[in-house]
Design a protein around this ligand. Sequence first.
Ligand SMILES: O=C(O)CCC(=O)C(=O)O
Ligand SMILES: [Fe+2]
Length: 370
Amino acid sequence: MAAIAQSPASVPTGYDIPTYNQIPETSFDLDWADLATLDLSLFDQPGGKEQLAKQLFKAIQNIGFFYITNFGLSQEDVDRQFSIGKEIFKLPIDEKLKFRAELEKGGYNGYKPMGLREIIPGVYDNTEIYNIPKFIPALEIPQPGIVNHNRPIIEGFARHIHDQIASKLLTLFAIILELPEDYFLKVHRYEEKSDCHLRYMKYHQRTDEENEKAGGIWSKGHTDFGSLTLLFRQPVAALQVRTPEGEWKWVKPYPGSITVNLADSLHFLTNGFLKSSIHRVVAPPPDQRNVDRLGVLYFVRPEDSLELRPVVSEVLNRLGYDRTTDNSAVGITAGEWVKARVAKGVDRGVARSEVGDQPIIGGVVAKYYD
Ligand SMILES: O=C(O)CCC(=O)C(=O)O
Ligand SMILES: [Fe+2]
């Protein structure tokens, strides 16, 4: 009987997810960043966590970016998310605007139309964003039909990222700092309110004239706000990371990988030992300029109520990261930090075109670079 009740006629149509085809990688030999790759399948093997923690410790001395592989999602799982993102952005603008994020109030879940951020005076961004918060009652928001219809797939994907990927990485950071293994997990619980979110992004292709006018910049140099950012692999080269020497290096989109970067909260919690690296998005190489660049990202952030006070760790003491700097976030919570950064409108919100130090909250600044 159940089969009859679920006859095809009762299944809403129009929200099928088409197969997603990734374009070829660039044939240009760009100045790629040299980043480590962590094989997450080692995590559950005997001694694997410790081995990964050692590798990660070495990798992050220089730059807060690395790759992970074997993270428990198939290419099909990932491509399905790219396809959902593509379908969301295909909706008519009036439909998308019904779900517009309250950026001006420091909110960002929902839709961000393109053209709100001024990149240089007179040139606005080419990026549409759709952010989905954690699937917990306190954070339910109205969503377009395509999202509601595919909710089990989207929620399953987001929860896998939290439970099977972010949790492992947060455990490795605790091991590195010689803290109890669940130290960071206790302040990144899925069921608690936090600003973690899944993001679909579409950078609209630009003409050569437009690129020239914006100095090739699609998204200015910035740091991310939370703990970790996960960038699912897509083929269009455009992301660059700033080295400690101040050079911009391209981040290569390796098949089967996720690019991970550390963000502000971990930086604050460790007095800058875990580095929230500056990165930006620029015009792709010439053989990838004629496509829109779709992104699927996951932002991991601490629970809203966590004060961003540095942890007490022998490792930080030994390495000289035991002194809280002037620009620390003592007294500021993770939730306040994100809201302040979004509302100041200097990054993903309604941004202005300043570079350099931008005061955010409680005397703490965020740095912006061209
Ligand atoms: O699109 C990318 O590769 C990076 C995006 C990014 O930096 C961000 O959304 O914070
Ligand atoms: Fe970013």
